[in-house]
Design a protein around this ligand. Structure first.
Ligand code: GDP
Ligand code: IMO
Ligand code: MG
Length: 422
Protein backbone atom coordinates (compact mmCIF):
# COMPACT_ATOMS: atom_id res chain seq x y z
CA UNK A 1 0.00 0.00 0.00
CA UNK A 2 0.97 3.63 -0.32
CA UNK A 3 1.35 6.37 2.26
CA UNK A 4 -1.54 8.83 2.38
CA UNK A 5 -0.60 12.31 3.56
CA UNK A 6 -2.84 14.76 5.43
CA UNK A 7 -1.55 18.30 5.60
CA UNK A 8 -2.60 21.89 6.24
CA UNK A 9 -3.14 24.21 3.27
CA UNK A 10 -3.22 27.50 5.20
CA UNK A 11 -1.17 28.90 8.11
CA UNK A 12 -1.69 25.92 10.44
CA UNK A 13 -4.44 25.03 12.94
CA UNK A 14 -6.78 23.88 10.19
CA UNK A 15 -8.00 20.93 12.29
CA UNK A 16 -5.46 18.28 11.29
CA UNK A 17 -5.57 16.50 14.66
CA UNK A 18 -9.34 16.08 14.56
CA UNK A 19 -9.38 14.61 11.05
CA UNK A 20 -6.38 12.31 11.57
CA UNK A 21 -8.27 10.86 14.56
CA UNK A 22 -11.38 10.41 12.40
CA UNK A 23 -9.43 8.70 9.59
CA UNK A 24 -7.28 6.51 11.86
CA UNK A 25 -9.63 3.45 11.88
CA UNK A 26 -8.81 3.04 8.15
CA UNK A 27 -5.03 2.86 8.77
CA UNK A 28 -2.49 0.62 10.52
CA UNK A 29 0.24 3.18 11.08
CA UNK A 30 0.01 6.91 11.85
CA UNK A 31 3.20 8.92 11.46
CA UNK A 32 4.46 12.44 12.04
CA UNK A 33 7.10 13.60 9.54
CA UNK A 34 8.12 17.16 10.45
CA UNK A 35 7.77 19.93 12.99
CA UNK A 36 7.79 19.38 16.72
CA UNK A 37 6.07 20.80 19.78
CA UNK A 38 5.33 24.01 17.90
CA UNK A 39 2.28 21.99 16.80
CA UNK A 40 -0.89 21.79 18.87
CA UNK A 41 -3.37 19.28 17.46
CA UNK A 42 -6.74 19.20 19.21
CA UNK A 43 -9.00 16.15 19.40
CA UNK A 44 -12.43 16.02 21.00
CA UNK A 45 -14.49 12.91 21.67
CA UNK A 46 -16.80 11.56 24.39
CA UNK A 47 -16.82 14.98 26.05
CA UNK A 48 -13.03 14.99 26.46
CA UNK A 49 -10.46 17.23 24.83
CA UNK A 50 -6.78 16.44 24.19
CA UNK A 51 -4.04 18.56 22.65
CA UNK A 52 -1.15 16.66 21.06
CA UNK A 53 2.20 18.25 20.23
CA UNK A 54 4.71 15.61 19.16
CA UNK A 55 2.68 12.41 19.40
CA UNK A 56 0.67 11.49 16.28
CA UNK A 57 -3.11 11.92 16.48
CA UNK A 58 -3.74 8.22 15.87
CA UNK A 59 -3.01 7.44 19.51
CA UNK A 60 -6.64 7.29 20.66
CA UNK A 61 -8.09 4.83 18.17
CA UNK A 62 -7.55 1.18 19.08
CA UNK A 63 -4.10 -0.32 19.00
CA UNK A 64 -2.74 1.40 15.90
CA UNK A 65 1.01 1.98 15.79
CA UNK A 66 2.14 5.60 15.89
CA UNK A 67 5.57 6.65 14.66
CA UNK A 68 7.53 9.86 15.23
CA UNK A 69 9.56 10.08 12.03
CA UNK A 70 13.11 11.26 11.32
CA UNK A 71 11.94 14.68 10.11
CA UNK A 72 10.49 15.59 13.52
CA UNK A 73 12.35 17.58 16.19
CA UNK A 74 11.66 16.27 19.67
CA UNK A 75 11.86 18.11 22.99
CA UNK A 76 12.33 15.46 25.70
CA UNK A 77 10.83 17.59 28.48
CA UNK A 78 7.68 18.44 26.53
CA UNK A 79 7.46 14.89 25.20
CA UNK A 80 7.49 13.53 28.76
CA UNK A 81 4.78 15.98 29.81
CA UNK A 82 2.65 14.78 26.90
CA UNK A 83 3.26 11.10 27.67
CA UNK A 84 2.51 11.60 31.39
CA UNK A 85 -0.75 13.43 30.67
CA UNK A 86 -1.91 10.72 28.27
CA UNK A 87 -0.98 7.87 30.60
CA UNK A 88 -2.71 9.52 33.57
CA UNK A 89 -5.86 9.77 31.47
CA UNK A 90 -5.73 6.04 30.76
CA UNK A 91 -3.90 5.90 27.43
CA UNK A 92 -0.72 3.84 27.84
CA UNK A 93 1.65 4.44 24.96
CA UNK A 94 4.69 2.23 25.33
CA UNK A 95 3.49 -0.52 23.01
CA UNK A 96 1.98 1.82 20.45
CA UNK A 97 4.50 4.60 19.94
CA UNK A 98 7.86 4.29 18.20
CA UNK A 99 10.45 6.99 17.67
CA UNK A 100 12.96 7.36 14.85
CA UNK A 101 16.58 7.30 15.95
CA UNK A 102 17.21 9.94 13.29
CA UNK A 103 14.79 12.50 14.76
CA UNK A 104 16.71 15.49 16.14
CA UNK A 105 16.59 16.51 19.78
CA UNK A 106 15.61 20.01 20.81
CA UNK A 107 18.22 20.85 23.45
CA UNK A 108 17.40 23.18 26.35
CA UNK A 109 19.71 25.77 24.80
CA UNK A 110 17.79 25.64 21.50
CA UNK A 111 14.83 27.14 23.32
CA UNK A 112 17.07 29.86 24.77
CA UNK A 113 18.52 30.60 21.33
CA UNK A 114 14.99 30.86 19.89
CA UNK A 115 14.18 33.50 22.54
CA UNK A 116 17.50 35.34 22.02
CA UNK A 117 17.07 35.49 18.22
CA UNK A 118 13.48 36.66 18.53
CA UNK A 119 14.31 39.44 20.98
CA UNK A 120 17.22 40.57 18.78
CA UNK A 121 14.84 40.92 15.83
CA UNK A 122 12.73 43.43 17.80
CA UNK A 123 9.72 44.61 15.83
CA UNK A 124 10.65 42.27 12.96
CA UNK A 125 10.31 39.16 15.09
CA UNK A 126 8.74 36.03 13.58
CA UNK A 127 6.47 35.43 16.56
CA UNK A 128 7.70 31.86 16.94
CA UNK A 129 6.19 29.44 19.41
CA UNK A 130 9.44 29.75 21.42
CA UNK A 131 10.03 25.99 21.36
CA UNK A 132 13.50 26.07 19.81
CA UNK A 133 12.31 24.81 16.42
CA UNK A 134 14.40 27.13 14.21
CA UNK A 135 17.68 26.65 16.12
CA UNK A 136 17.25 22.86 16.18
CA UNK A 137 16.67 22.60 12.42
CA UNK A 138 19.57 25.05 11.92
CA UNK A 139 21.87 22.68 13.83
CA UNK A 140 20.54 19.73 11.83
CA UNK A 141 21.33 21.41 8.51
CA UNK A 142 24.71 22.74 9.67
CA UNK A 143 25.55 19.21 10.81
CA UNK A 144 25.78 20.04 14.49
CA UNK A 145 22.62 18.34 15.71
CA UNK A 146 22.10 15.70 18.38
CA UNK A 147 19.74 12.88 17.43
CA UNK A 148 17.50 10.53 19.39
CA UNK A 149 19.79 7.63 18.43
CA UNK A 150 22.71 9.44 20.05
CA UNK A 151 21.08 8.81 23.44
CA UNK A 152 22.31 5.24 23.05
CA UNK A 153 25.89 6.10 22.08
CA UNK A 154 28.40 8.71 23.27
CA UNK A 155 25.55 10.93 24.37
CA UNK A 156 27.24 13.07 27.01
CA UNK A 157 30.07 14.05 24.70
CA UNK A 158 27.71 15.11 21.92
CA UNK A 159 25.37 16.92 24.30
CA UNK A 160 28.18 18.84 26.00
CA UNK A 161 29.77 19.87 22.71
CA UNK A 162 26.48 21.28 21.47
CA UNK A 163 25.73 23.07 24.75
CA UNK A 164 29.19 24.71 24.83
CA UNK A 165 28.70 25.98 21.31
CA UNK A 166 25.29 27.38 22.18
CA UNK A 167 26.63 29.07 25.31
CA UNK A 168 29.14 30.95 23.17
CA UNK A 169 26.36 32.19 20.89
CA UNK A 170 24.15 33.18 23.83
CA UNK A 171 27.06 35.23 25.24
CA UNK A 172 27.12 37.27 22.03
CA UNK A 173 23.42 38.01 22.47
CA UNK A 174 23.93 39.04 26.11
CA UNK A 175 21.13 36.67 26.96
CA UNK A 176 20.56 35.73 30.61
CA UNK A 177 19.32 32.27 31.50
CA UNK A 178 19.12 29.50 34.07
CA UNK A 179 20.17 26.37 32.23
CA UNK A 180 20.27 24.09 35.28
CA UNK A 181 16.53 24.29 35.87
CA UNK A 182 15.80 23.52 32.21
CA UNK A 183 18.25 20.62 32.21
CA UNK A 184 16.51 18.83 35.09
CA UNK A 185 13.25 18.38 33.14
CA UNK A 186 15.17 17.73 29.96
CA UNK A 187 17.14 14.78 31.34
CA UNK A 188 14.01 13.34 32.94
CA UNK A 189 12.57 13.54 29.44
CA UNK A 190 15.53 11.59 28.06
CA UNK A 191 14.78 8.79 30.55
CA UNK A 192 11.18 8.82 29.33
CA UNK A 193 12.28 8.56 25.67
CA UNK A 194 14.41 5.51 26.59
CA UNK A 195 11.22 3.65 27.59
CA UNK A 196 10.12 3.64 23.94
CA UNK A 197 11.12 1.60 20.95
CA UNK A 198 13.80 3.70 19.21
CA UNK A 199 13.79 2.50 15.62
CA UNK A 200 15.14 2.96 12.12
CA UNK A 201 11.76 4.28 11.09
CA UNK A 202 12.56 4.43 7.37
CA UNK A 203 12.91 0.62 7.41
CA UNK A 204 9.88 0.19 9.63
CA UNK A 205 7.62 2.33 7.43
CA UNK A 206 8.85 0.81 4.15
CA UNK A 207 8.40 -2.71 5.53
CA UNK A 208 4.86 -1.75 6.50
CA UNK A 209 4.18 -0.47 2.97
CA UNK A 210 5.59 -3.67 1.45
CA UNK A 211 3.51 -5.92 3.66
CA UNK A 212 0.30 -4.19 2.60
CA UNK A 213 -0.24 -2.03 5.71
CA UNK A 214 -1.96 1.32 5.36
CA UNK A 215 0.07 4.33 6.48
CA UNK A 216 -1.19 7.85 7.18
CA UNK A 217 1.30 10.72 7.47
CA UNK A 218 0.11 13.62 9.63
CA UNK A 219 1.47 17.04 8.72
CA UNK A 220 2.07 19.80 11.23
CA UNK A 221 1.79 23.57 10.61
CA UNK A 222 0.56 24.41 7.09
CA UNK A 223 1.74 25.07 3.55
CA UNK A 224 1.89 28.84 4.06
CA UNK A 225 4.40 28.20 6.87
CA UNK A 226 6.63 25.99 4.70
CA UNK A 227 10.31 26.98 4.76
CA UNK A 228 10.53 27.07 0.94
CA UNK A 229 7.07 28.04 -0.25
CA UNK A 230 5.46 29.84 2.71
CA UNK A 231 5.36 33.57 3.45
CA UNK A 232 9.15 33.72 4.03
CA UNK A 233 10.70 34.74 6.40
CA UNK A 234 7.53 34.45 8.52
CA UNK A 235 7.47 30.68 8.34
CA UNK A 236 8.55 27.67 10.36
CA UNK A 237 11.84 25.86 9.71
CA UNK A 238 10.67 22.64 8.08
CA UNK A 239 9.06 21.47 4.85
CA UNK A 240 5.41 21.24 5.81
CA UNK A 241 4.40 20.25 2.26
CA UNK A 242 3.79 16.79 0.85
CA UNK A 243 7.44 16.41 -0.19
CA UNK A 244 8.29 16.75 3.51
CA UNK A 245 6.59 13.39 4.08
CA UNK A 246 9.12 11.78 1.70
CA UNK A 247 12.17 13.23 3.44
CA UNK A 248 10.66 13.12 6.92
CA UNK A 249 9.86 9.41 6.73
CA UNK A 250 12.18 8.04 4.04
CA UNK A 251 9.32 7.23 1.68
CA UNK A 252 9.85 7.41 -2.10
CA UNK A 253 7.62 9.89 -4.01
CA UNK A 254 6.06 6.99 -5.95
CA UNK A 255 4.85 5.55 -2.66
CA UNK A 256 2.69 8.57 -1.84
CA UNK A 257 -1.02 7.84 -2.36
CA UNK A 258 -3.83 10.23 -1.48
CA UNK A 259 -2.92 13.76 -0.45
CA UNK A 260 -5.60 15.18 1.83
CA UNK A 261 -5.47 18.98 1.90
CA UNK A 262 -7.24 20.50 4.86
CA UNK A 263 -8.50 24.09 5.18
CA UNK A 264 -10.92 26.18 7.21
CA UNK A 265 -13.99 27.71 5.55
CA UNK A 266 -12.23 30.98 6.43
CA UNK A 267 -8.58 31.55 7.38
CA UNK A 268 -6.42 32.16 10.46
CA UNK A 269 -2.81 32.81 11.30
CA UNK A 270 -0.79 33.14 14.57
CA UNK A 271 2.44 35.06 14.91
CA UNK A 272 3.74 37.83 12.65
CA UNK A 273 3.76 38.05 8.88
CA UNK A 274 1.54 38.97 5.96
CA UNK A 275 -2.08 37.83 5.83
CA UNK A 276 -3.84 39.53 2.89
CA UNK A 277 -7.44 38.66 3.85
CA UNK A 278 -7.07 39.51 7.56
CA UNK A 279 -10.10 41.25 9.10
CA UNK A 280 -9.70 43.86 11.80
CA UNK A 281 -13.43 44.43 12.30
CA UNK A 282 -16.37 42.76 14.05
CA UNK A 283 -16.54 40.03 11.41
CA UNK A 284 -13.00 38.98 12.33
CA UNK A 285 -13.91 39.13 16.03
CA UNK A 286 -16.95 36.97 15.38
CA UNK A 287 -14.80 34.33 13.63
CA UNK A 288 -12.38 34.39 16.58
CA UNK A 289 -15.13 34.11 19.21
CA UNK A 290 -17.33 31.55 17.50
CA UNK A 291 -14.41 29.51 16.16
CA UNK A 292 -12.59 29.80 19.50
CA UNK A 293 -9.53 30.93 17.59
CA UNK A 294 -6.94 30.94 20.35
CA UNK A 295 -3.68 28.96 20.21
CA UNK A 296 -4.23 25.33 21.34
CA UNK A 297 -1.21 25.54 23.63
CA UNK A 298 -0.11 29.16 24.00
CA UNK A 299 -3.63 30.66 24.10
CA UNK A 300 -2.46 33.41 21.70
CA UNK A 301 -5.45 34.94 19.86
CA UNK A 302 -5.37 33.88 16.21
CA UNK A 303 -5.69 36.48 13.48
CA UNK A 304 -8.82 35.79 11.40
CA UNK A 305 -9.91 36.61 7.85
CA UNK A 306 -11.73 35.44 4.72
CA UNK A 307 -10.76 32.38 2.74
CA UNK A 308 -7.86 33.08 0.34
CA UNK A 309 -8.13 31.12 -2.91
CA UNK A 310 -4.90 32.53 -4.36
CA UNK A 311 -2.98 30.97 -1.47
CA UNK A 312 -5.14 27.82 -1.48
CA UNK A 313 -4.65 27.20 -5.22
CA UNK A 314 -0.92 27.56 -4.71
CA UNK A 315 -1.04 25.08 -1.82
CA UNK A 316 -3.08 22.59 -3.88
CA UNK A 317 -0.48 22.84 -6.66
CA UNK A 318 2.61 22.48 -4.47
CA UNK A 319 1.18 19.49 -2.60
CA UNK A 320 -0.59 17.69 -5.44
CA UNK A 321 -3.76 17.56 -3.32
CA UNK A 322 -6.16 14.79 -4.38
CA UNK A 323 -8.93 15.34 -1.80
CA UNK A 324 -10.00 18.43 0.10
CA UNK A 325 -11.30 18.62 3.64
CA UNK A 326 -13.20 21.74 4.76
CA UNK A 327 -13.31 22.53 8.47
CA UNK A 328 -15.30 24.82 10.76
CA UNK A 329 -18.33 25.26 8.49
CA UNK A 330 -20.36 26.00 11.64
CA UNK A 331 -18.33 29.09 12.52
CA UNK A 332 -19.78 31.27 9.75
CA UNK A 333 -23.31 29.87 9.92
CA UNK A 334 -24.86 33.18 10.98
CA UNK A 335 -23.14 35.30 8.32
CA UNK A 336 -25.44 37.01 5.78
CA UNK A 337 -22.72 37.02 3.14
CA UNK A 338 -19.26 35.49 2.83
CA UNK A 339 -16.27 36.81 0.92
CA UNK A 340 -13.74 34.71 -0.95
CA UNK A 341 -10.49 36.21 -2.21
CA UNK A 342 -9.97 35.21 -5.86
CA UNK A 343 -7.06 37.49 -6.81
CA UNK A 344 -4.55 39.95 -5.34
CA UNK A 345 -3.92 43.48 -6.47
CA UNK A 346 -0.19 44.18 -6.19
CA UNK A 347 1.02 47.67 -7.13
CA UNK A 348 -2.32 48.19 -8.87
CA UNK A 349 -2.00 45.05 -11.00
CA UNK A 350 -4.42 42.18 -10.49
CA UNK A 351 -2.95 38.67 -10.34
CA UNK A 352 -4.16 35.19 -9.46
CA UNK A 353 -0.61 33.96 -9.01
CA UNK A 354 0.90 33.69 -5.55
CA UNK A 355 3.71 36.28 -5.53
CA UNK A 356 7.41 35.95 -4.69
CA UNK A 357 7.04 38.10 -1.60
CA UNK A 358 3.70 38.45 0.13
CA UNK A 359 5.28 41.16 2.27
CA UNK A 360 5.14 43.58 -0.68
CA UNK A 361 1.46 44.15 0.04
CA UNK A 362 -1.23 42.13 -1.65
CA UNK A 363 -4.68 43.68 -1.63
CA UNK A 364 -7.42 41.02 -1.82
CA UNK A 365 -10.00 41.02 -4.62
CA UNK A 366 -13.21 39.41 -3.36
CA UNK A 367 -16.30 37.76 -4.73
CA UNK A 368 -19.31 37.77 -2.43
CA UNK A 369 -21.34 34.63 -1.78
CA UNK A 370 -24.58 34.03 0.14
CA UNK A 371 -24.20 32.85 3.75
CA UNK A 372 -25.87 29.52 4.66
CA UNK A 373 -27.56 30.88 7.81
CA UNK A 374 -28.41 27.56 9.36
CA UNK A 375 -27.07 25.74 12.41
CA UNK A 376 -24.51 23.33 10.97
CA UNK A 377 -23.50 21.62 14.22
CA UNK A 378 -26.26 18.98 14.25
CA UNK A 379 -26.04 18.08 10.57
CA UNK A 380 -25.28 14.39 10.04
CA UNK A 381 -25.25 13.89 6.30
CA UNK A 382 -24.66 15.95 3.20
CA UNK A 383 -28.34 15.56 2.26
CA UNK A 384 -29.02 18.13 4.98
CA UNK A 385 -26.77 20.82 3.45
CA UNK A 386 -28.84 23.76 2.23
CA UNK A 387 -28.61 25.41 -1.17
CA UNK A 388 -26.29 28.21 -0.08
CA UNK A 389 -23.87 25.83 1.61
CA UNK A 390 -23.80 23.56 -1.43
CA UNK A 391 -23.19 26.62 -3.58
CA UNK A 392 -20.16 27.51 -1.43
CA UNK A 393 -18.78 23.96 -1.75
CA UNK A 394 -19.36 23.93 -5.52
CA UNK A 395 -17.71 27.31 -5.89
CA UNK A 396 -14.60 26.14 -4.00
CA UNK A 397 -14.42 22.86 -5.90
CA UNK A 398 -14.59 24.69 -9.22
CA UNK A 399 -11.91 27.17 -8.19
CA UNK A 400 -9.57 24.59 -6.69
CA UNK A 401 -10.34 21.78 -9.14
CA UNK A 402 -10.27 19.14 -6.39
CA UNK A 403 -13.30 17.50 -4.72
CA UNK A 404 -14.17 18.34 -1.11
CA UNK A 405 -14.60 14.87 0.42
CA UNK A 406 -15.01 15.70 4.10
CA UNK A 407 -16.82 18.58 5.78
CA UNK A 408 -16.45 19.32 9.49
CA UNK A 409 -19.32 20.97 11.37
CA UNK A 410 -17.96 21.09 14.93
CA UNK A 411 -14.93 20.12 17.03
CA UNK A 412 -16.19 16.67 18.05
CA UNK A 413 -15.11 13.49 16.29
CA UNK A 414 -18.78 12.82 15.49
CA UNK A 415 -19.31 16.21 13.85
CA UNK A 416 -17.72 15.08 10.61
CA UNK A 417 -19.48 14.46 7.32
CA UNK A 418 -17.93 12.17 4.75
CA UNK A 419 -19.40 13.11 1.36
CA UNK A 420 -20.56 10.50 -1.15
CA UNK A 421 -17.97 9.33 -3.59
CA UNK A 422 -19.11 9.01 -7.19
P1 GDP B 1 -4.49 21.53 14.09
O1 GDP B 1 -3.26 22.16 14.63
O2 GDP B 1 -4.56 21.61 12.58
O3 GDP B 1 -4.71 20.13 14.57
O4 GDP B 1 -5.71 22.42 14.61
P2 GDP B 1 -5.89 22.99 16.12
O5 GDP B 1 -6.26 21.87 17.01
O6 GDP B 1 -4.73 23.82 16.51
O7 GDP B 1 -7.06 24.02 15.88
C1 GDP B 1 -8.31 23.63 15.41
C2 GDP B 1 -9.36 24.03 16.44
O8 GDP B 1 -10.66 23.97 15.86
C3 GDP B 1 -9.42 23.09 17.63
O9 GDP B 1 -9.79 23.83 18.77
C4 GDP B 1 -10.49 22.10 17.23
O10 GDP B 1 -11.13 21.50 18.36
C5 GDP B 1 -11.46 23.00 16.51
N1 GDP B 1 -12.24 22.39 15.44
C6 GDP B 1 -11.88 21.44 14.53
N2 GDP B 1 -12.87 21.26 13.63
C7 GDP B 1 -13.86 22.12 13.94
C8 GDP B 1 -15.12 22.43 13.36
O11 GDP B 1 -15.53 21.89 12.34
N3 GDP B 1 -15.86 23.40 13.99
C9 GDP B 1 -15.44 24.05 15.12
N4 GDP B 1 -16.23 24.97 15.65
N5 GDP B 1 -14.25 23.78 15.67
C10 GDP B 1 -13.47 22.84 15.10
P1 IMO C 1 -0.12 23.27 14.03
O1 IMO C 1 0.55 21.96 13.68
C1 IMO C 1 -0.06 27.62 13.64
C2 IMO C 1 3.90 29.53 13.47
C3 IMO C 1 4.30 30.41 14.64
C4 IMO C 1 5.19 31.40 13.92
C5 IMO C 1 5.91 30.55 12.88
C6 IMO C 1 7.29 30.06 13.29
O2 IMO C 1 -0.82 23.26 15.34
O3 IMO C 1 -0.94 23.73 12.89
P2 IMO C 1 8.15 28.21 15.01
O4 IMO C 1 7.94 28.06 16.48
O5 IMO C 1 7.69 27.04 14.21
O6 IMO C 1 9.55 28.61 14.65
O7 IMO C 1 7.24 29.48 14.58
O8 IMO C 1 5.07 29.43 12.67
N1 IMO C 1 3.49 28.15 13.84
C7 IMO C 1 2.22 27.71 13.83
N2 IMO C 1 1.07 28.37 13.59
N3 IMO C 1 -0.07 26.29 13.89
C8 IMO C 1 1.08 25.62 14.12
O9 IMO C 1 1.13 24.27 14.23
C9 IMO C 1 2.29 26.34 14.13
N4 IMO C 1 3.59 26.00 14.34
C10 IMO C 1 4.31 27.11 14.14
O10 IMO C 1 3.17 31.02 15.23
O11 IMO C 1 4.41 32.35 13.24
MG1 MG D 1 -2.70 23.65 16.01
Amino acid sequence: MKVDVLLGLQWGDEGKGKVVDVLTPGYDLITRFQGGPNAGHTLEFEGKKFVLRSIPSGIFQGDKINVIGNGVVLDPALFKAEVDALEISGHPLTERLKISKKAHLILPTHRLLDAAYESAKGAGKIGTTGKGIGPTYTDKVSRNGVRVGDILYNFEEKYNAAISRHKEILKQYDFEYDLASLEKDWFEGIECIKRFDLIDSEHYVNDAIKSGKKVLAEGAQGTMLDIDFGSYPFVTSSNTICAGACTGLGVAPGNIGEVYGIFKAYCTRVGSGPFPTELFDETGDEMRNKGFEYGSVTGRPRRCGWIDLVALKYAVMINGVTQLIMMKSDVMDTFETINACVAYKINGVETEQFPFDLNDGAEPVYVELEGWKTDMTKIQSEDEFNEEFNAYLNFLEEELEVPIKIVSVGPDREQTIIRYTE
